[in-house]
Design a protein around this ligand. Structure first.
Ligand SMILES: [Zn+2]
Ligand SMILES: [Zn+2]
Ligand SMILES: [Zn+2]
Ligand SMILES: [Zn+2]
Length: 559
């Protein structure tokens, strides 16, 4: 059937949005009606099911050991450690409910999901185990990781980072692969020894670099290609370069000064309208080797995707957050992948087919409204049926949801496991408490953190890392931004010593949030190239100070 693009007013926020012909073909394939809610509101509804880094201490309710979990101690859920959750020590069918035709489906699903135990953190079994990495969430295949999110496989000795693959000795980093010895970077690929880098590829031993590739020994440089021994875009002799950089490295005060100087310096140069690489017919940002992807963010090796965030190796999916590896025909979900197909509205599904409105499903098929099922087939509300009976009940539920105009939509927000400010919603579409409550989300006032326990004030830390002794590992510090207490871990301290990086004076969470701000928002504006006036779509808001060029003008500038 031929479709025309259609403008629709969002039933939540009343903003107008457009449904494109491609979207309609996808909805037809998935046998769902077109959504009445705009992509941003849909993102928030999903994001509130994805708490990556607000972690709490609890006890495993099965084996009693103390655990790190994404569930708030006051939440109604029974939380198991990941080992107990994956074991056969409990039976998800024990919680089965008979579908009651006289009650709304979502009420019954909520009742079920408040009974079925939850895994302390989300770990993808298919991506490999997390070894010695208890503080990892939405991650798999990490060794010696600490506070690692949405990452793996193939990482070793990394901390305080999100979105990394094949990374080794990487600290305070956001989004990259095949990297080693990286500190405070965003969007760095195939590089080694990059400190304070953003949008960098194939580079070595450089600091304060922005939009650079194939560079080596560059400091304070923007838009360079195939350069070495440059200092604020000027060539220097090797000796001169080493002397200047040597004076700065390791000193907290000098690095702070450089941060300021470099951010002013980089505003003089044109910026690309987006950070996409090797893409065809795509709109969005941080897209890599992808085709026909629209309104997407942090997406690699994908084809025919719409409104997806932090996704890799998938095709023909829409409205997804995370994972998706080797999967297709997924709609409205969080953390599904590992060879899954035809899945509608779900949370954490791996290696499964024909799943709808379900949570934590592995190696299963034909599940509707289930939680915690593995190796299941023809299951509704965790109760097994014969095939004919399954379809009879499922069709009834679909009919109910269609009549209410919500079939295909994500779970209603009152089923959300988390409060808005615990989730990646707050990172990517931040709201005040009042706004969030108004939009029907919960808000958590008691986020776990320690305050007032400091043993060493920041001004007592020596300026240069060379003068800091290992005894700092016994000290409790206080973040200069939020006054939260934080400590250093040994591997982190060794990394700072090796790389000549001063001790950070902010807690890891403030550093993380600051990195998201530098990354830019998951939001796009239509603007004009400052040079040729061509139409561009960019995540630089119109009031940003950066000079933004279209791709053609930018390439003319840098090559
Ligand atoms: Zn909306
Ligand atoms: Zn346990
Ligand atoms: Zn802080
Ligand atoms: Zn232009």
């Amino acid at each position: 059937m031929e479709y025309k693009s259609q403008n629709v007013v969002c039933q939540n926020c009343k903003e107008q949005f457009t449904i494109e012909p491609d979207d309609f073909s996808f909805y037809e394939k998935m046998k769902v009606p077109a959504p009445k809610i705009c992509p941003d509101c849909r993102f928030k509804m999903r994001a509130v099911f994805r708490n990556e880094r607000t972690l709490y201490n609890q006890m495993c309710r099965l084996c009693g050991r103390s655990i790190i979990t994404m569930y708030h101690p006051d939440s109604p859920y029974v939380v198991y450690c990941n080992d107990c959750f994956l074991s056969d020590k409990w039976d998800p069918y024990f919680f089965a409910l008979d579908f009651d035709f006289s009650r709304p489906f979502f009420d019954q699903l909520k009742e079920l999901t408040e009974k079925v135990p939850k895994s302390a953190t989300y770990s993808s079994v298919q991506m490999g185990p997390n070894i010695n990495s208890e503080y990892a969430n939405f991650a798999g295949g990490n060794k010696d990781g600490y506070l690692i999110f949405n990452s793996g496989p193939g990482n070793e000795n990394c901390a305080y980072s999100r979105g990394i693959i094949k990374a080794r000795d990487v600290f305070d980093f956001y989004y990259g692969d095949s990297i080693e010895n990286i500190y405070e970077g965003i969007n760095v690929h195939k590089s080694n020894g990059i400190i304070w880098g953003q949008n960098v590829t194939d580079s070595i031993d450089s600091q304060f670099v922005l939009n650079c590739s194939n560079c080596q020994n560059c400091f304070g440089c923007v838009n360079l290609r195939h350069k070495s021994y440059h200092f604020f875009n000027e060539p220097l002799s090797r000796e001169e370069w080493l002397a200047r950089v040597g004076e700065i490295s390791g000193s907290y005060l000098k690095i702070e000064e450089m941060k300021k100087k470099f951010s002013e310096f980089s505003l003089k140069f044109p910026h690309r309208s987006n950070n996409n690489l090797k893409t065809t017919n795509c709109t969005g940002d941080y897209l890599f080797e992808s085709k026909n992807c629209h309104n997407c963010f942090e997406v690699s090796f994908c084809e025919d995707m719409h409104n997806v965030f932090s996704v890799k190796l998938a095709k023909d999916c829409a409205d997804m957050i995370g994972h998706c590896r080797n999967s297709e025909l997924l709609y409205n979900g969080v953390g599904v992948g590992a060879g899954s197909t035809r899945v509608i509205s779900y949370w954490w599904v791996e290696s499964s087919q024909d799943i709808e409105y379900s949570f934590a499903i592995r190696q299963s098929a034909n599940c509707f409204g289930c939680d915690g099922i593995k190796n299941g087939n023809f299951v509704i509300l965790n109760k097994r049926y014969e095939k004919d009976e399954y379809y009879k009940i499922k069709n009834k539920i679909v009919e109910e949801l269609r009549e209410k105009g919500v079939y295909g939509d994500f779970f209603p927000t009152d089923l959300a496991f988390f409060s808005y400010n615990e989730t990646i919603g707050q990172d990517n579409m931040p709201m005040t408490k009042e706004q969030a409550l108004l939009e029907g989300f919960r808000w958590e006032d008691k986020i776990q953190k320690t305050e007032g326990k400091e043993t060493l004030s920041l001004d007592k830390i020596p300026d240069n890392i060379k003068d800091v002794e290992e005894s700092i590992l016994n000290e409790v510090l206080t973040c200069k931004m939020c006054s939260r207490n934080y400590r250093l871990i040994k591997r982190e301290f060794e990394f700072y010593k090796k790389m000549l990086i001063p001790i950070p004076r902010e807690c890891w969470n403030c550093r993380f949030v600051n990195r998201i701000i530098r990354r830019g928002p998951y939001k796009f504006w239509n603007r004009n190239c400052v040079k040729c006036q061509a139409d561009i779509t960019t995540s630089y808001a119109p009031d940003r100070p950066e000079i933004v060029y279209c791709e053609k003008c930018y390439q003319q500038e840098v090559y």
